[in-house]
Design a protein around this ligand. Structure first.
Ligand SMILES: O=P(O)(O)OC[C@H]1O[C@](O)(CO)[C@@H](O)[C@@H]1O
Length: 427
């Protein structure tokens, strides 16, 4: 994993961070590192996530899912960190047969369940709390679909949840394979645990390389100049402090599209507190050069663009053509083209003095995605220390959950407030 912060320096970009400021910030990074290492050592809530490369046992996961292993399809029913980790890992491994129900859109849920061969599908219900409305609603609908298809859902369901709660009870009542969500690991930091790994194990993937990759990034030093995750977290924080309120995550690989969604939760839910926090924007290269690049290069100078690109790609030749204007494409490779587009876009931002950071991994495979996820988790934990926020909680999401419960069930203070909406309707 290489993090190149050169294009975020003040002599290239505005906003940018000077080398002198980075050196001063590195003193703070060292103190934050000591706090992080203390939290890891004591397995403190949240910091324990950075121990997952050592505490997650791939053999135990593979053994636990053995009764349902080898399924043609896995349907993950979860939301937020309980779905995004698995989606990110599956996409990076090129497995399109791990699907997720992580929303309560009746059309999408109906279509997914009608298209899946349920007798070849394993249902992985994932919820740390076991009480998340969307996940439980999707489970109830999915279970009914299995019953409707005359498929015994108890033969094809594996549960990933906490030590107690409705899902744990369900697993106990029906003797379902059940894996624990590790203690002290918030959902958005749980991809490298049973939460993200079980669906891949059910599909027969070797999950050990993912943890090997994470382990590659787990030896943290006390300096941003020695630890890629610290370099990224420190620069993103410093750029936000200098006006880059938006962080556009721009991976140049379709197999990292879900990673962008995973990063958005990690960054927004961890750092968006006390009026602070950089807004993660989801983008995808090369596609969004034709949609968002105009804004990043010529809109408000308030955006740090984070490029992520694999150094090795699948090659795909572009055939020769007799069309003069397109002749330059013929005979090259599509891998050459996307790499050229990445470098051109990175340079175009620098030419406009817009800040960017380059994150490079060897290739998008198990080891690569494991290292990338862990590196970004390290970056996020460091940024949380630098912001001085409660990185590992998400209290702001509770009001809406209460209002939903009040609108669907017995009304409450929050649902009553919903009815008091100020209206100015234009039709
Ligand atoms: O795993 P659970 O408890 O269902 O939570 C799902 C998601 O909901 C949140 O708690 C936010 O409501 C996220 O932090 C979490 O990833």
């Amino acid at each position: 994993m290489k993090i190149d912060i050169g294009n975020a320096l003040a002599d290239v970009a505005s906003p940018g961070v000077s080398r002198a400021a980075l050196d001063r910030l590195d003193d703070r990074v060292e103190a934050c590192h000591d706090r992080i290492e203390r939290g890891r050592r004591d397995d403190e809530f949240g910091y324990a996530a950075l121990n997952l490369p050592e505490t997650t046992d791939p053999e135990a996961i593979t053994e636990a899912v053995d009764p349902v292993a080898g399924a043609e399809y896995v349907l993950v029913v979860g939301i937020g960190g309980s779905a995004l980790g698995a989606a990110t890992l599956a996409e990076a491994l090129g497995d399109s047969r791990v699907l997720t129900l992580d929303n309560v859109d009746p059309r999408e849920v109906s279509e997914v369940l009608s298209l899946l061969p349920l007798d070849e599908t394993v249902l992985n219900v994932v919820s740390r709390s076991g009480t998340t409305a969307e996940t439980l609603a999707n489970f109830l609908v999915a279970r009914a679909a299995f019953e409707e298809a005359d498929v015994d859902w108890t033969d094809r369901t594996v549960v990933t949840t906490g030590d107690s709660g409705p899902l744990r009870d369900l697993a106990d009542d029906h003797d379902l394979p059940a894996l624990r969500v590790p203690d002290g690991v918030p959902g958005r930091f749980s991809a490298l645990s049973s939460v993200g790994l079980v669906p891949l194990a059910v599909r027969g993937h070797d999950i050990a390389p993912i943890l090997d990759g994470a382990r590659d990034a787990a030896d943290l030093s006390g300096s941003l100049y020695e630890t890629p995750g610290y370099a990224y977290g420190a620069v993103a924080y410093a750029l936000d402090a200098r006006g880059a309120a938006v962080n556009a995550m721009l991976p140049y690989a379709e197999s990292l599209d879900s990673f962008g969604e995973w990063f958005a939760q990690l960054w927004a839910e961890s750092l968006g507190k006390d009026g602070l926090g950089q807004l993660p924007a989801r983008a995808l290269g090369a596609t969004d050069q034709h949609s968002q690049l105009q804004r990043y290069r010529a809109g408000p100078a308030n955006t740090l663009v984070t490029f992520v690109r694999p150094r090795e790609r699948t090659s795909l030749p572009i055939p020769e053509t007799d069309v003069d204007d397109l002749a330059y494409l013929g005979g090259t490779g599509m891998d050459d083209l996307i790499d050229a587009e990445f470098e051109a876009t990175e340079a175009s931002l620098a030419a406009a003095n817009r800040p960017s950071v380059r994150v490079e991994l060897d290739r998008v495979d198990g080891r690569g995605i494991g290292e990338l996820l862990y590196t970004m988790e390290v970056a996020c934990v460091l940024a949380g220390e630098l912001y001085g926020v409660e990185t590992f909680t998400q209290p702001a999401v509770e009001w809406g959950k209460n209002a939903t419960r009040g609108l669907i069930g017995e009304s409450n203070e929050e649902s009553a407030a919903v009815a008091e909406k100020t209206r100015l309707v234009v039709e």
